[in-house]
Design a protein around this ligand. Structure first.
Ligand code: ZN
Length: 143
């Protein structure tokens, strides 16, 4: 289960010292999510404006994978339109679900590619997907 060193560093940095782990003023939505199999607990805050994600943050606690996955997801989705964000989330979920994804789509994931090896760790899949599934629900509600 080798994770590339650079990616490993990105994951550690985001899990220990995330710039997005904070409260958010006037979020459009604030959604709590829990992963009972590991104890991960997050609240994802997103602020939409003119169909775009203009700000986002999270609070909570959990394992390094859940915390860094949430943080890196926010980094990846900030500034994106709802449709762009939906697509990126779908690509990430497909990657973890071991579905084929194109090179172009994979490039959209940027640092979130760090979690690709999680697909080989069944016990951590829910940790990695917690924030992304939550974002998927939030994005589906925006229309
Ligand atoms: Zn976890």
């Amino acid at each position: 289960m080798e994770i590339d060193d650079i990616y490993n560093e990105i994951v550690m940095e985001h899990s220990m010292n995330s710039p997005y782990k904070k409260d958010l003023k006037n979020p459009t939505c604030s959604t709590h999510a829990h992963n009972p199999s590991c104890g991960d607990d997050i609240t994802l805050n997103i602020k939409f404006e003119d169909g775009k994600i203009v700000d986002a943050s999270f609070t909570g606690s959990g394992c390094a994978i859940s915390q860094s996955s949430t943080s890196i997801m926010i980094e990846t989705l900030l500034g994106k339109t709802i449709d762009e964000a939906k697509h990126i989330v779908d690509v990430f979920v497909s990657m973890i679900d071991r579905k084929p994804i194109s090179k172009e789509d994979k490039a959209l994931l940027k640092n979130a590619r760090a979690f690709e090896s999680v697909k080989n760790m069944p016990a951590r899949v829910k940790c990695a997907l917690l924030a992304w599934k939550t974002a998927q629900n939030i994005l589906d509600e925006q229309k």
